[in-house]
Design a protein around this ligand. Structure first.
Ligand SMILES: [Zn+2]
Length: 136
């Protein structure tokens, strides 16, 4: 993905091209691979490229990507941290308790025969399953 493509990606999601947004979008989307990242990982990866961005700025930027629909925030209590997913389609995860790695599982890989009703006055808008695994 070229610089122009990154600018177009941000613009198409109504995000102004600030320096941290361009740096993080390049890091996360340039190779087209899906990944699960933490803000700490992203800040480290930018620092290794010589781009120091404060961790708070990285968090704010990642959250602006979530609000814009570019990233999905996933609840992974097992991992004990906030994880951001470049795959924004509904899906589930394997969580490797030894390595901390998350692997995508397609939405249709699970069959549920019963889903609890949402509490009064609420509706279910999203749900995710995390299956914890370990090497044997
Ligand atoms: Zn995922």
């Amino acid at each position: 993905m070229s610089d122009l493509d990154v600018h177009n990606l941000l613009a198409s999601h109504n995000l102004r091209c600030t320096r941290p947004r361009v740096k993080l979008a390049t890091l996360l989307f340039a190779d087209g691979r899906d990944r699960h990242v933490t803000a700490e990982w992203a800040a480290d990866a930018l620092a290794k490229e010589g781009d120091e961005v404060a961790l708070a700025t990285v968090y704010n930027t990642l959250n602006s990507f979530v609000e814009a629909g570019l990233l999905r925030q996933i609840s992974c209590q097992e991992a004990g941290r906030q994880v951001f997913d470049t795959n924004v389609e509904p899906h589930h995860h394997f969580y490797n308790e030894q390595t901390g790695e998350l692997t995508d599982v397609p939405q249709n890989a699970f069959r549920f025969y019963k889903m609890p009703a949402a509490p009064d006055g609420a509706e279910i808008v999203d749900w995710q399953v995390t299956v914890t695994i370990r090497p044997h």
